[in-house]
Ligand binder design. Structure first.
Ligand SMILES: [Zn+2]
Length: 320
Protein backbone atom coordinates (compact mmCIF):
# COMPACT_ATOMS: atom_id res chain seq x y z
CA UNK A 1 0.00 0.00 0.00
CA UNK A 2 2.77 2.36 1.01
CA UNK A 3 4.60 1.55 -2.22
CA UNK A 4 1.59 2.52 -4.33
CA UNK A 5 1.21 5.70 -2.32
CA UNK A 6 4.82 6.65 -2.95
CA UNK A 7 4.40 6.16 -6.69
CA UNK A 8 1.25 8.29 -6.57
CA UNK A 9 3.20 10.96 -4.71
CA UNK A 10 6.00 10.96 -7.23
CA UNK A 11 3.43 11.40 -10.00
CA UNK A 12 1.90 14.35 -8.19
CA UNK A 13 5.24 16.01 -7.55
CA UNK A 14 6.01 15.86 -11.25
CA UNK A 15 2.85 17.81 -12.16
CA UNK A 16 3.80 20.61 -14.48
CA UNK A 17 3.42 24.15 -13.26
CA UNK A 18 0.38 24.62 -15.52
CA UNK A 19 -1.34 21.59 -14.03
CA UNK A 20 -0.88 22.72 -10.44
CA UNK A 21 -3.67 24.46 -8.61
CA UNK A 22 -3.06 28.14 -7.96
CA UNK A 23 -3.45 29.12 -4.32
CA UNK A 24 -3.16 32.56 -2.74
CA UNK A 25 -2.55 33.10 0.97
CA UNK A 26 -3.57 36.57 2.19
CA UNK A 27 -2.43 38.05 5.49
CA UNK A 28 -1.00 41.09 7.25
CA UNK A 29 -3.12 41.81 10.34
CA UNK A 30 -3.86 39.15 12.91
CA UNK A 31 -3.95 39.19 16.72
CA UNK A 32 -2.16 35.82 16.54
CA UNK A 33 1.50 36.80 16.52
CA UNK A 34 2.45 33.55 14.81
CA UNK A 35 0.96 34.77 11.53
CA UNK A 36 4.13 35.58 9.50
CA UNK A 37 5.35 32.06 10.33
CA UNK A 38 2.01 30.29 9.95
CA UNK A 39 1.63 31.72 6.44
CA UNK A 40 4.99 30.18 5.50
CA UNK A 41 4.08 26.89 7.21
CA UNK A 42 0.83 26.66 5.23
CA UNK A 43 2.63 27.60 2.00
CA UNK A 44 5.20 24.86 2.53
CA UNK A 45 2.53 22.29 3.43
CA UNK A 46 0.66 23.10 0.22
CA UNK A 47 3.77 23.03 -1.99
CA UNK A 48 4.97 19.76 -0.42
CA UNK A 49 1.90 17.98 -1.82
CA UNK A 50 3.04 18.78 -5.37
CA UNK A 51 -0.52 19.86 -6.11
CA UNK A 52 -0.30 23.59 -5.52
CA UNK A 53 1.58 26.68 -6.58
CA UNK A 54 1.32 29.25 -3.82
CA UNK A 55 1.53 33.04 -3.82
CA UNK A 56 1.22 35.35 -0.84
CA UNK A 57 -0.37 38.79 -0.80
CA UNK A 58 -0.08 41.04 2.24
CA UNK A 59 -1.45 44.38 3.37
CA UNK A 60 1.20 47.08 3.24
CA UNK A 61 0.37 48.02 6.86
CA UNK A 62 0.87 45.03 9.13
CA UNK A 63 -0.10 44.42 12.74
CA UNK A 64 1.58 42.14 15.30
CA UNK A 65 4.33 41.13 12.88
CA UNK A 66 7.24 41.52 15.36
CA UNK A 67 7.32 38.17 17.09
CA UNK A 68 7.93 36.14 13.92
CA UNK A 69 9.47 38.96 11.87
CA UNK A 70 12.19 36.68 10.49
CA UNK A 71 9.52 34.96 8.36
CA UNK A 72 8.24 38.21 6.81
CA UNK A 73 10.70 38.41 3.92
CA UNK A 74 10.07 34.76 2.94
CA UNK A 75 6.67 35.84 1.62
CA UNK A 76 8.29 37.81 -1.21
CA UNK A 77 5.80 40.64 -0.99
CA UNK A 78 8.20 43.57 -0.68
CA UNK A 79 8.30 46.23 2.02
CA UNK A 80 5.65 46.36 4.70
CA UNK A 81 5.20 48.69 7.64
CA UNK A 82 4.31 47.31 11.06
CA UNK A 83 1.94 49.57 13.00
CA UNK A 84 0.70 49.65 16.60
CA UNK A 85 -2.90 49.36 15.44
CA UNK A 86 -4.41 47.77 12.35
CA UNK A 87 -4.90 50.28 9.53
CA UNK A 88 -6.74 49.94 6.23
CA UNK A 89 -4.49 49.56 3.21
CA UNK A 90 -6.04 51.21 0.13
CA UNK A 91 -3.49 49.46 -2.11
CA UNK A 92 -4.47 45.93 -1.00
CA UNK A 93 -6.04 44.69 -4.23
CA UNK A 94 -5.12 41.02 -4.87
CA UNK A 95 -6.19 39.68 -8.26
CA UNK A 96 -8.27 36.85 -6.82
CA UNK A 97 -9.42 35.73 -10.27
CA UNK A 98 -5.89 34.45 -11.07
CA UNK A 99 -6.32 31.74 -8.44
CA UNK A 100 -8.29 28.56 -7.81
CA UNK A 101 -8.41 29.13 -4.07
CA UNK A 102 -7.75 31.98 -1.61
CA UNK A 103 -6.72 31.24 2.00
CA UNK A 104 -7.20 33.90 4.68
CA UNK A 105 -4.67 34.20 7.48
CA UNK A 106 -6.10 37.50 8.70
CA UNK A 107 -7.46 37.55 12.26
CA UNK A 108 -9.26 39.48 14.94
CA UNK A 109 -9.39 43.26 14.49
CA UNK A 110 -7.95 43.24 10.94
CA UNK A 111 -8.76 46.61 9.39
CA UNK A 112 -11.42 46.69 6.69
CA UNK A 113 -10.29 46.07 3.13
CA UNK A 114 -11.06 48.62 0.42
CA UNK A 115 -14.62 48.16 -0.83
CA UNK A 116 -13.35 47.18 -4.28
CA UNK A 117 -11.35 44.34 -2.70
CA UNK A 118 -14.35 43.12 -0.72
CA UNK A 119 -16.46 43.12 -3.89
CA UNK A 120 -13.71 41.33 -5.82
CA UNK A 121 -13.61 38.50 -3.27
CA UNK A 122 -17.40 38.26 -3.31
CA UNK A 123 -17.42 37.99 -7.10
CA UNK A 124 -14.54 35.50 -7.09
CA UNK A 125 -16.31 33.06 -4.75
CA UNK A 126 -19.76 33.71 -6.25
CA UNK A 127 -18.35 32.70 -9.65
CA UNK A 128 -16.89 29.44 -8.40
CA UNK A 129 -13.63 30.31 -6.64
CA UNK A 130 -12.55 28.56 -3.45
CA UNK A 131 -12.07 30.32 -0.11
CA UNK A 132 -10.52 28.97 3.09
CA UNK A 133 -10.87 30.54 6.57
CA UNK A 134 -8.20 29.45 9.07
CA UNK A 135 -8.62 29.89 12.86
CA UNK A 136 -8.96 33.63 13.65
CA UNK A 137 -9.91 34.51 10.07
CA UNK A 138 -13.44 33.90 11.35
CA UNK A 139 -12.93 36.78 13.81
CA UNK A 140 -12.29 39.25 10.97
CA UNK A 141 -14.67 41.72 9.38
CA UNK A 142 -17.77 41.40 11.61
CA UNK A 143 -19.60 44.14 9.68
CA UNK A 144 -18.98 42.74 6.18
CA UNK A 145 -22.25 40.97 5.47
CA UNK A 146 -21.15 38.82 2.52
CA UNK A 147 -17.94 37.75 4.29
CA UNK A 148 -20.03 36.41 7.15
CA UNK A 149 -22.23 34.54 4.67
CA UNK A 150 -19.08 33.00 3.16
CA UNK A 151 -17.60 31.78 6.45
CA UNK A 152 -20.98 30.66 7.82
CA UNK A 153 -20.07 31.28 11.46
CA UNK A 154 -17.79 33.75 13.19
CA UNK A 155 -16.81 34.98 16.63
CA UNK A 156 -15.92 38.11 18.59
CA UNK A 157 -15.96 41.60 17.02
CA UNK A 158 -19.28 42.28 18.80
CA UNK A 159 -21.00 39.48 16.94
CA UNK A 160 -24.21 38.50 18.76
CA UNK A 161 -27.62 36.98 17.99
CA UNK A 162 -28.08 39.86 15.51
CA UNK A 163 -25.53 38.08 13.28
CA UNK A 164 -27.26 34.70 13.33
CA UNK A 165 -27.75 31.56 15.38
CA UNK A 166 -25.23 29.83 17.62
CA UNK A 167 -24.84 26.44 15.96
CA UNK A 168 -23.66 23.35 17.84
CA UNK A 169 -24.20 19.65 18.45
CA UNK A 170 -25.62 18.39 21.74
CA UNK A 171 -23.91 15.59 23.65
CA UNK A 172 -26.46 13.16 22.23
CA UNK A 173 -25.70 14.19 18.66
CA UNK A 174 -28.48 16.65 17.88
CA UNK A 175 -27.68 19.63 15.64
CA UNK A 176 -29.05 22.87 17.18
CA UNK A 177 -29.44 26.37 15.75
CA UNK A 178 -29.88 28.51 18.86
CA UNK A 179 -31.30 31.97 18.13
CA UNK A 180 -31.49 33.07 21.77
CA UNK A 181 -29.46 36.19 22.73
CA UNK A 182 -25.76 35.85 23.44
CA UNK A 183 -22.27 36.91 22.48
CA UNK A 184 -20.40 35.03 19.76
CA UNK A 185 -16.96 33.55 20.34
CA UNK A 186 -15.32 31.86 23.32
CA UNK A 187 -12.50 29.45 24.05
CA UNK A 188 -10.75 27.95 27.03
CA UNK A 189 -6.99 27.43 27.44
CA UNK A 190 -5.10 25.53 24.74
CA UNK A 191 -5.17 21.77 25.16
CA UNK A 192 -5.55 18.54 23.22
CA UNK A 193 -9.19 17.75 22.54
CA UNK A 194 -11.18 15.20 20.54
CA UNK A 195 -12.62 15.92 17.11
CA UNK A 196 -15.75 14.00 16.13
CA UNK A 197 -16.42 13.53 12.41
CA UNK A 198 -20.11 14.28 11.72
CA UNK A 199 -20.19 13.75 7.96
CA UNK A 200 -17.94 10.81 7.12
CA UNK A 201 -18.60 10.62 3.37
CA UNK A 202 -17.53 14.16 2.45
CA UNK A 203 -14.32 14.26 0.33
CA UNK A 204 -12.51 16.17 3.12
CA UNK A 205 -13.36 13.74 5.94
CA UNK A 206 -13.60 10.47 4.03
CA UNK A 207 -11.26 7.92 5.57
CA UNK A 208 -10.63 9.84 8.80
CA UNK A 209 -11.19 7.93 12.04
CA UNK A 210 -14.59 8.74 13.61
CA UNK A 211 -12.77 10.53 16.44
CA UNK A 212 -9.26 11.98 16.51
CA UNK A 213 -7.13 14.13 18.78
CA UNK A 214 -5.80 17.62 18.08
CA UNK A 215 -2.45 18.80 19.39
CA UNK A 216 -2.54 21.69 21.85
CA UNK A 217 -5.04 24.13 20.30
CA UNK A 218 -8.05 26.28 21.14
CA UNK A 219 -11.50 24.75 20.90
CA UNK A 220 -13.52 27.68 19.54
CA UNK A 221 -17.07 27.82 20.91
CA UNK A 222 -20.30 29.83 20.68
CA UNK A 223 -19.71 30.84 17.06
CA UNK A 224 -22.62 32.64 15.39
CA UNK A 225 -23.42 33.63 11.86
CA UNK A 226 -25.85 33.29 8.97
CA UNK A 227 -24.92 29.57 8.68
CA UNK A 228 -26.61 29.36 5.25
CA UNK A 229 -25.78 26.42 2.98
CA UNK A 230 -23.35 25.26 5.66
CA UNK A 231 -22.43 21.68 6.55
CA UNK A 232 -20.57 20.91 9.76
CA UNK A 233 -18.10 18.15 8.90
CA UNK A 234 -16.54 17.78 12.36
CA UNK A 235 -16.98 19.10 15.89
CA UNK A 236 -14.72 19.50 18.94
CA UNK A 237 -15.43 19.00 22.63
CA UNK A 238 -13.48 21.16 25.06
CA UNK A 239 -11.83 19.04 27.79
CA UNK A 240 -10.81 21.89 30.10
CA UNK A 241 -11.97 21.75 33.74
CA UNK A 242 -14.15 24.80 33.10
CA UNK A 243 -14.98 24.67 29.39
CA UNK A 244 -16.88 27.59 27.85
CA UNK A 245 -19.69 25.15 26.95
CA UNK A 246 -20.63 21.52 27.53
CA UNK A 247 -21.34 21.05 23.82
CA UNK A 248 -19.71 19.84 20.63
CA UNK A 249 -18.63 22.93 18.71
CA UNK A 250 -18.21 23.26 14.92
CA UNK A 251 -14.54 22.85 13.94
CA UNK A 252 -14.51 21.87 10.24
CA UNK A 253 -17.22 23.34 8.04
CA UNK A 254 -18.02 23.71 4.36
CA UNK A 255 -20.23 26.44 2.93
CA UNK A 256 -21.65 26.88 -0.56
CA UNK A 257 -21.57 30.50 -1.67
CA UNK A 258 -22.93 31.02 -5.19
CA UNK A 259 -20.94 28.62 -7.36
CA UNK A 260 -18.01 28.74 -4.93
CA UNK A 261 -16.89 26.44 -2.15
CA UNK A 262 -15.69 27.58 1.25
CA UNK A 263 -13.74 25.48 3.76
CA UNK A 264 -13.64 26.80 7.32
CA UNK A 265 -11.37 25.37 10.02
CA UNK A 266 -11.24 26.84 13.51
CA UNK A 267 -8.01 24.96 14.28
CA UNK A 268 -4.54 26.54 14.05
CA UNK A 269 -3.85 28.85 17.02
CA UNK A 270 -0.04 28.69 17.11
CA UNK A 271 3.00 26.76 15.88
CA UNK A 272 2.19 23.62 17.86
CA UNK A 273 -1.43 23.67 16.65
CA UNK A 274 -0.24 24.04 13.05
CA UNK A 275 2.13 21.08 13.45
CA UNK A 276 -0.78 18.78 14.28
CA UNK A 277 -1.19 16.11 11.60
CA UNK A 278 -4.95 16.53 12.09
CA UNK A 279 -4.64 20.24 11.25
CA UNK A 280 -2.26 19.70 8.32
CA UNK A 281 -4.30 16.94 6.66
CA UNK A 282 -7.72 18.55 7.14
CA UNK A 283 -6.30 21.89 5.92
CA UNK A 284 -4.69 20.39 2.79
CA UNK A 285 -7.78 18.37 1.93
CA UNK A 286 -9.99 21.38 2.62
CA UNK A 287 -7.94 23.64 0.35
CA UNK A 288 -7.99 21.08 -2.47
CA UNK A 289 -11.74 20.59 -2.09
CA UNK A 290 -12.36 24.36 -2.07
CA UNK A 291 -10.28 24.64 -5.28
CA UNK A 292 -11.75 21.69 -7.21
CA UNK A 293 -14.62 20.03 -5.34
CA UNK A 294 -12.53 16.87 -5.04
CA UNK A 295 -9.80 15.48 -2.80
CA UNK A 296 -7.03 13.29 -4.21
CA UNK A 297 -4.77 13.23 -1.12
CA UNK A 298 -4.87 10.09 1.02
CA UNK A 299 -5.17 10.03 4.80
CA UNK A 300 -1.54 9.44 5.88
CA UNK A 301 -0.35 6.70 8.22
CA UNK A 302 0.57 9.23 10.92
CA UNK A 303 -2.98 10.65 11.17
CA UNK A 304 -4.09 10.96 14.82
CA UNK A 305 -6.39 8.43 16.44
CA UNK A 306 -9.05 8.68 19.14
CA UNK A 307 -6.37 8.02 21.74
CA UNK A 308 -3.33 9.81 20.38
CA UNK A 309 -2.53 13.17 18.79
CA UNK A 310 0.30 13.29 16.28
CA UNK A 311 2.51 16.13 15.09
CA UNK A 312 5.18 16.87 12.48
CA UNK A 313 7.82 19.29 13.72
CA UNK A 314 8.08 22.13 11.22
CA UNK A 315 11.41 22.43 9.42
CA UNK A 316 11.72 25.38 7.06
CA UNK A 317 12.87 24.37 3.61
CA UNK A 318 15.49 26.68 2.21
CA UNK A 319 13.58 27.26 -1.03
CA UNK A 320 10.33 28.27 0.73
ZN1 LIG B 1 -6.27 31.52 18.79
Amino acid sequence: MKHIWLIACAALISLSAEARLKALIIDGQNNHVVWPKSTIMMKQYLEDTGLFEVDIDRTRYTWKADKEASFLTLAGVGETENLKEPKSDPSFLPVFSKYDVVISNFGWKAADWPEATQKALERFVENGGGFVSVHAADNSFPDWKEYNRMIGLGGWGDRTEKDGPYVYYTNDGKLVRDTSPGKAGAHGPRHEFPITVRIADHPITEGMPATWQTTSDECYAKLRGPAENMTILATGKDQNKKPPTNRHEPILMVIEYGKGRVFHTTLGHDTESLESVGFIVSFLRGVEWAATGMVTQPIPDDFPTAEKSTKRTFVLQSDS
